[in-house]
Design a protein around this ligand. Structure first.
Ligand code: SF4
Ligand code: SF4
Length: 62
């Protein structure tokens, strides 16, 4: 079972906290936004959703 990441770039302010906290490097900065580049590695830990203060990230079981 994997996880589906929904990312709303309009809400992202580019703080980079999701990049810093993800234990498996799912997120990378792309200009002034983050971007999920390794979605298949996601563990579903919800660390990124917890740290994002702008509700830009949703993680669901896939
Ligand atoms: S924590 Fe949220 S606002 Fe910050 S870079 Fe990640 S998605 Fe964007
Ligand atoms: S839920 Fe956890 S493993 Fe998945 S992208 Fe967010 S921080 Fe990374």
């Amino acid at each position: 079972m994997g996880y589906k990441i929904t990312f709303d770039a309009d809400k992202c302010v580019g703080c980079g906290q999701c990049v810093d906290i993800c234990p498996v490097s799912v997120w990378e900065m792309d200009g002034d936004k983050s971007n999920p580049v390794n979605e298949e590695e996601c563990l579903g830990c919800d660390s990124c959703t917890g740290v994002c203060e702008h509700d830009a990230i949703t993680i669901e079981e896939d």
